[in-house]
Design a protein around this ligand. Structure first.
Ligand code: NAP
Length: 372
């Protein structure tokens, strides 16, 4: 029986992975062993099986007998442990949610509804490292996979509205703390029917600029504001989040030799765990909108087309509606005034599901099928 080690299972991505694996009855046909970086000997997750106590995630002697290691622990862990294992000639499969190994020559970025042929090619050629992609890129491709697979995209621009969860658990909690602080200072005025919105705004602005406002994680207020910068600066003037758009899209699609230009502006907004994106797409040729609609809708089983009307958009195309769901709605689809080859669309997706845990869950199953 294959031995599979899980590291980082109690973090935000890891716990969503555990939930999804339990939902899909995935803990079957292998021996799961759970690891920790902080609580050796502690109790592992409740997966309905007898499992040993938590093992030391840094102990190479415990890791080397494993056939597969699944880690959602983060980049620092990957940087420390992965090179040592490979140096020691460990030939097992490494499945990772961290970005560290994404662009390595001997790794595949996994998103099987979109790039199964690339994954299959990797497995056949003996690649042993499989990494989840950037959440924004992954959600863009889940929405538009039909257009990419049909080679209909000449270039794409994505303006993003990214949730707090992309920064991690502490960022999500800080967003809610900011909301709570705003609620506290304005409560009296908003419950007074005679107060004006201008008065409320003055109080909220004062709170946002107050040195006691909770901004330890984001550096500035996010609630009642936004942050048009995610990750670090690149020489191109892009942020690293923006830079990943083109690089990861083309690696996922296997089009690195003739890359599709992908660029845009990535913005953090006060959503909890859904990233939204507004696309401008230059098509390779003019196509009728109903044909484009079919191509997008048939891209994969999780895309859900939302009619371009107000009621459907408000009901189906917002983070509040999409949170916790695997479907990736795509709406606001229309040709643009710029010309018949210019298409605009809007999509929204749960970044902890397709943007993080789900591609990891699915590649584990794919590898197990490949090995059996
Ligand atoms: P996280 O929530 O910070 O969890 C990472 C580890 O922190 C846990 O496995 C746990 O390790 C430790 N930890 C310490 N205190 C904890 C607490 N109170 N609750 C839970 N865990 C605690 O990290 P993450 O956001 O899941 O991200 C993991 C990796 O996935 C990162 O490389 C990230 O870049 C990548 N990723 C994240 C997202 C996202 O949306 N957040 C999306 C895609 C990829 P021990 O059990 O060993 O102590």
């Amino acid at each position: 029986m294959f031995k599979i080690g899980f590291v980082g299972w109690r973090g935000m991505v890891g716990s969503v992975l555990m939930e999804r694996m339990l939902d899909e009855n995935d803990f079957q046909g292998f021996e799961p062993i759970f690891f920790t970086t902080s609580n050796v000997g502690g109790k592992g997750p409740d997966i309905g099986l007898d499992i040993p106590s938590l093992q030391d995630a840094y102990d190479l002697k415990l890791l080397e007998p494993l056939d597969i290691i699944v880690t959602c622990q983060g980049s620092d862990y990957t940087k420390e442990v992965y090179p040592q294992l490979r140096r020691n000639k460990w030939r097992g499969y490494w499945i990772d949610s961290a970005s560290t190994l994404r662009l390595e020559k001997n790794s595949v970025i996994v998103l099987d509804p979109v790039n199964k042929p690339v994954i299959d090619g990797g497995l056949v050629s003996g690649i042993k490292t499989y990494v989840g992609g950037n959440c924004t890129v992954t959600l863009m491709l889940m929405g538009l996979s039909g257009l990419f697979a049909g080679h209909h995209v000449e270039w794409l621009n994505s303006m993003t509205y990214q949730s707090a969860s992309g920064g991690g658990a502490k960022h999500m909690k800080e967003l809610v703390s900011q909301m709570a602080a705003i609620g506290r200072v304005s409560q009296e005025l908003i419950s007074d029917p005679a107060s004006t919105a201008i008065e409320v705004d003055a109080l909220v602005t004062e709170e946002l600029r107050n040195s006691s406002h909770p901004v330890e994680q984001f550096g500035v207020p996010l609630a009642a504001s936004l942050i048009p910068w995610i990750d670090r600066a690149m020489e191109s003037g892009q942020t690293r989040e923006e830079w990943k758009g083109q690089v990861e899209t083309n690696k996922i699609m296997g089009t690195e030799e003739k890359p599709v230009p992908v660029d845009g502006v990535c913005v953090r907004v006060g959503a909890m765990r859904c990233h939204s994106q507004a696309f401008t797409i230059k098509l390779n040729k003019d196509m009728p909108l109903d044909e484009i609609t079919d191509i997008i809708g048939e891209g994969n089983p999780w895309v859900k087309l939302v009619p371009n009307d107000k009621e459907s958009t408000l009901k189906q195309l917002t983070p509040a509606a999409v949170n916790g769901h695997l479907t990736v709605p795509v709406g606001r689809l229309r040709k643009m005034l710029q010309g018949p080859e210019y298409l605009t669309a809007f999509s929204c997706g749960d970044q902890l599901l397709w943007g993080a845990a789900e591609p990891i869950r699915r590649i584990l199953r794919i590898i197990l099928e490949h090995l059996s």
